[in-house]
Design a protein around this ligand. Structure first.
Ligand code: MG
Length: 205
């Protein structure tokens, strides 16, 4: 599976446990940012650690894949526009995120958006266990029931801003437990009912 979205719309700070971990108040609206399509890789491909960062982080996320064009749609109409769900890793250069004051560079390096292993349709996104393992060790463990803004709300909210096209991806935010990865590490995002997305970390050549 290799997705070719026209854009990846990501949501920052969308799990209660992650907001608590960062000692931040719960947001009253979704915080949106974009990742470029050029960052997408698939199951088994390498995340390349760029030389510009000393702090490469993983973020396990439920990814929503859009089926039909969506513009100004209601929450009630959102489920019919969704093709299905897959696992995502919102790879982030945490030091650059702090330094730049906005997130484009930190979130956008090539290979910073692993997605896969497959798109699962007909799944309810409301109560799925989500886990991340680094070298086999459990680092993130939560459930999509902890999402502050739920999937239909996000699709509707984003569609009030930009037209969602078929194949576009929404990354719904990461739970508590974010942390660093280094060259040679193996990272695995597991979501119940979907499967597992495995990637290795490689040094930039
Ligand atoms: Mg994220």
């Amino acid at each position: 599976m290799k997705l070719k979205p026209t854009k990846i719309v990501a949501v920052g700070l969308n799990y209660r446990d992650h907001a608590a971990e960062l000692k931040l108040p719960l947001p009253d609206e979704p915080l949106l940012f974009l990742k470029p399509p050029s960052a997408v890789i698939g199951e088994g491909e390498a995340i390349v650690c760029p030389p510009q960062t000393k702090e490469l982080h993983y973020e396990a996320e439920l990814a929503v894949v859009i089926r039909d064009r969506a513009k100004n749609i209601s929450e009630a109409d959102a489920p019919a526009r969704i093709l299905g769900y897959t696992c995502g890793n919102d790879v982030t250069a945490r030091d650059l995120q702090r330094k730049d004051g906005q997130w484009t560079r930190a979130k956008s390096f090539d290979t910073f958006c692993p997605l896969g292993p497959k798109i699962v349709s007909g799944l309810s996104p409301d109560k799925l266990d989500i886990k991340l393992y680094l070298n086999g060790e459990l680092k993130q463990s939560s459930n999509t029931a902890n999402l502050i803004f739920k999937v239909p709300y996000l699709v509707s909210y984003i569609s009030q801003v930009m037209t969602l096209e078929p194949g576009d991806v929404i990354l719904t935010g990461t739970p508590a437990g974010i942390g660093p990865m280094r060259a040679g590490d193996r990272v695995r995002v597991e979501i119940a009912g979907i499967g597992a997305l495995n990637n290795v970390i490689a040094e930039a050549k």
